[in-house]
Design a protein. Structure first.
Length: 603
């Protein structure tokens, strides 16, 4: 029997009647024509169609052995997927400055750029206590704010929640695993039954990032000597987080490793290990220990805060390490270096940064130190240290061969121009490095400064090529000799931020400087009218900057000078940078932690 072939390629790659037995007893064309004729199927046609349809499951049935193998494949695939996801999570490192380069910029991702707030009503504050009390629609809750409403425009935002802190906070909120971590003192008294607010402690607090619920408090007793652990100053270090663990430097000059998740029912985190830099290495901090560590593989890298003594002149232990690398799992010393040693001028409060396998430390002598990670046992480990050298070398020598680690010196760079003089207590024009270096595209940017108690003075910003250690450019202001306040660069505590060919720097005197990152040429400056302790957060085409008057200034990221998009007072001094997650900002004043988010649009 012959018949016209019918194009059924939309259904199968071969002839339909060669695949589906339902079509073998009757040409495909007949079935199609019957349907197209709009006449009813005959009884015989219906019966045949039903019988063939019943045969389809038999044709496509899978033998038991094949079903078993398929099930095993699916299970194995699912397990591997979970493990790969866990491994990927394990590799995620969250630290101050977004990454180990310390450039506090959230990169724009095409198709995934949530709009961040451009303004928000700050609500009401009790000016006597500094507590936020919400707005007119507030539920009057001391710890969680209500709904601050805007005008209904696209960029209106509200304070999603508020949490009280102590009465001093120098940190930046660290966002990891759905949690917010922030250092402060014990005036917030979250564990009041055990530690009333009158008990002076260094405190690390953890909150749920979504709800603001208090999760736990790490409490660190104060040292008796206030010259190395200043009263009421709390914990100043910003933790680094990876794989369910976090590391930071306590007020007691200890490197502490905690589990992010507390034990069931507990409001205290599990302490995995501590390393006391005072007892083990002879470190003597000046006023306080304030270093924010970072991770590089299995190495935890930090400064020690070794400094001068209570006379503000003499280095108590010049042989003690200034720079340190520990095994992140155990706290065992892998490497240390005294660095500035007897040339330390004040405290050492800056934190390290990383470029590839290079580690950059700011020194208390005004030098920037560059090291490179190298395999094998270190020659002359801790060569600048005396009594501590042998103990540190031994701890590394006893390690398995694959675990030995060292950082070898590459170069040092004097960030003080020739002829500058250190006079102490703010006098003179020689400075130290308190700011943390920022790395971008093979270059490092750092500005000079002094202890905030030393007041204002001249500063200099450097751009240095990391491979060579040579300066690319320096910046002292639009006109360093000018009497105009905004024409000069002043001492800085803050790290720079680099984005879209621009560099933003906040000096301690309150001036924001916007430069061309390639040349160091200034585009514009702006006086915020209060001291600036921290660098900007750059995100969503905006620069968010907080000052000691409690103002948040929001600038458009542009080489052209614009007035701030908004200036919002948050009721307390701001000493850290804002942080960002999704479309929400997290901001800490000296007494409060805020989450600020956009109002969802309604249609």
């Amino acid at each position: 029997m012959t018949h016209r072939s019918v194009d059924t390629t939309a259904l199968t790659p071969a002839r339909s009647d060669a695949v589906f037995p339902i079509f073998r007893s009757k040409p495909v064309e007949s079935w199609v024509n019957t349907a197209r004729s709009n006449r009813p199927f005959t009884f015989r046609e219906n019966e045949l169609l039903e019988s063939r349809l019943r045969e389809i499951p038999k044709v496509f049935s899978i033998p038991p052995a094949m079903r078993f193998l398929f099930t095993v494949f699916v299970v194995v695939f699912a397990v591997l997927a979970v493990r790969l996801h866990a491994a990927d999570t394990e590799k995620t490192i969250v630290c101050w400055g977004q990454t180990a380069q310390r450039n506090h910029v959230r990169s724009r991702v095409p198709g995934d750029s949530p709009t961040l707030p451009e303004t928000w009503p700050s609500g009401k504050f009790d000016r006597r206590s500094g507590r936020w009390v919400g707005d007119d629609d507030s539920r009057g809750n001391d710890s969680r704010g209500a709904n601050a409403h805007g005008s209904g425009s696209r960029n209106d935002s509200r304070i999603a929640w508020y949490k009280r802190l102590g009465d001093v906070c120098y940190g930046t909120p660290i966002l990891a695993d759905g949690r917010v971590l922030i250092g402060t003192n014990n005036r917030g008294a979250y564990l009041e039954d055990e530690y009333p607010s009158t008990t002076d402690l260094g405190v690390l607090l953890c909150f749920d990032a979504g709800s603001g619920d208090f999760l736990w408090q790490y409490s660190s007793a104060k040292l008796e000597d206030g010259s190395i652990d200043w009263p009421e100053q709390g914990i100043c270090s910003n933790p680094v987080v990876e794989g369910g663990k976090l590391w930071f430097v306590s007020n007691r000059c200890e490197v502490v490793c905690l589990a992010v998740e507390p034990r069931a029912g507990s409001k205290k985190p599990e302490v995995l290990w501590t390393f006391d830099m005072r007892k083990e290495l002879g470190v003597v901090p000046h006023n306080m220990a304030s270093n924010s560590p970072l991770l590089l593989g299995d190495m935890l890298i930090t400064g020690t805060s070794n400094g001068v003594g209570s006379d503000d002149k003499t280095v108590v232990n010049p042989g003690a390490p200034s720079f340190l690398a520990l095994d992140k799992h155990s706290g065992r010393v892998l490497w240390s270096d005294a660095g500035p040693g007897e040339n330390i001028l004040d405290g050492q409060w800056g934190s390290p940064a990383v470029w590839n396998d290079h580690v950059l430390f700011p020194g208390g002598d005004g030098f920037l130190y560059c090291y490179r990670i190298a395999p094998g046992p270190p020659p002359g480990l801790n060569s600048n240290a005396d009594s501590n050298a042998d103990s540190n070398a031994d701890s590394n020598a006893d390690a398995p061969e694959g675990e030995k680690a060292t950082l070898r010196p590459v170069w040092t760079f004097d960030c003080n121009p020739p002829g500058t003089v250190w006079k102490g207590h703010g006098a003179g024009d020689k400075n130290i490095l308190i700011a943390t270096p920022v790395v971008d595209d093979g270059r490092v940017y750092i500005a000079t400064g002094q202890d905030p108690e030393s007041g204002e003075g001249p500063g200099v910003l450097w751009c240095i090529d990391i491979p060579s250690g040579k300066p690319v450019w320096s910046y002292k202001g639009r006109d360093p000799g000018s009497k105009e306040f905004e024409d000069r660069l002043h001492r800085a505590l803050a790290c720079a931020a680099v984005v879209d060919g621009l560099l933003f720097l906040c000096d301690f005197s309150g001036v924001v400087h916007c430069l061309d990152v390639a040349t160091g040429r200034v585009h514009w400056t702006h006086d915020t009218m209060a001291t600036l302790w921290a660098g900007p957060l750059i995100a969503d085409g905006k620069a968010y900057i907080g000052n000691s008057d409690g103002d948040v200034l929001i600038f458009k990221v542009s080489p052209e000078k614009h007035e701030p998009l908004a200036v919002i007072n948050m009721g307390g001094s701001i000493h850290g940078s804002p942080a960002v997650a999704g479309s929400a900002l997290f901001l800490a004043t000296d007494r409060a932690l805020f989450k600020i988010g956009n109002i969802p649009e309604t249609r």
